[in-house]
Ligand binder design. Sequence first.
Ligand code: ZN
Ligand code: MN
Length: 445
Amino acid sequence: MDNQQSTTNKSWETVIGVEIHIETNTKTKMFCGCSADYFGAKPNTHTCPVCLGLPGALPFINQEAIEKCIKIGLALGCSISEHSLFERKNYFYPDLPKGYQISQYRWPLCTNGTIEIDGEYGKKTIRINRAHQEEDTGKLTHIGSETFIDFNRSGLPLVEVVTEADFRNSEEVRDYAKKLQQIIKSIGVSEANMEKGDMRLEANVSVRPQGQEDLAPYRVELKNINSFKFIGDAIDYEVERQIKLLEKGEKITQHTRGYNERKKETFLQREKEEANDYRYFPEPDLPPLSVAKEEVEKIRAGLAELPGKKIANLEKIGVSEKVAVIITASDQKFDIFQEAITKIDSAEIAPLATFFVNQGSKSQSAEELLELFKSVTQQKSTQIQDEGELTKIAKEVIGENEKVIADYKSGKLNAVQILIGQLMKKTQGKADPIKAKNILVKLLS
Ligand code: ZN
Ligand code: MN
């Protein structure tokens, strides 16, 4: 299916919101002490009464998971709630032994962030509605007519990152998902490996008549897609499908679809699913989650700086975006520059950045960079730059070189070099040669 057609379709506008689940790399599960290192392990060997949903088992909150969720929130520029709440999301499915998933609904841990994306569509800010903490389900495997359940994954910490419906085509969604993956990896809270299922993509897709402000009265959820290519292909297929139905005058109802990678088409999974179907209510076995402001600040301070943030920070201290991009391209360059600017005056930061980039970032240490920079700037600062002073000296030189002046006026323009030589001699080589030449030429004309 070809997305050209849908994105250039004049009468319809595509509206997409994205939900991405990320399994964070904690040592133990979200609400019990089972080892979270389950990949490749024998089925049902990393389980206990809590993650098997046995009656009477009591969950407790994994602080490492909360810290990693906060890191994600901070990396996305979210506000971190001092008070949030775990709630039960009730639904029946064989991979969910308790009959409910512990999640966050009304009071999520992280809210209101943003991610910048940039592509053929231009620069765009995607609003993050929330990043909340929840738990993973078990895993079903279908072999022939039999289904097997492995609960090793049950209860693993999952962070769900939810955007506003800010996307208008599949390209933006792909770029967003890639950017999010990059951020998650760079802060070290998950490998975000899509093949292993550390990161799973979902998109809510609808189309509305071009120019309409209100959202369409339905949305179709494309669930659990595990590659950047497939999410884009699934969206493109779905947009085409919806436009065709709407143009035939049909009504589309809220429902969930999967994506068949082989047939390259989406297919119906479940009809109509709304929040009130889940009968959310506060988890009675867990206390409300409180996070002290100081705790958040500690996490913020320890968070590795992100590439985008590094660039923005350099821009704040006067470095141009172009230069900042080059300096932040390698950790080594960035570290050298960061160290160097602690030893200079703030007015020198921008010139130092430009100097560093102009020399091809050759310096191997902050000391080496500063030494070179200072030798060049010192040369400049002891130079005679003042036009009044240079004019005075130039006039003296002209007065003392009648023959050379005559040659110059008769057309030997090179004679001016002799005058410059005289001027440099008079100033013991301190005159700015370019300025001196300009002044001489002006006086002679
Ligand atoms: Zn367990
Ligand atoms: Mn979820």
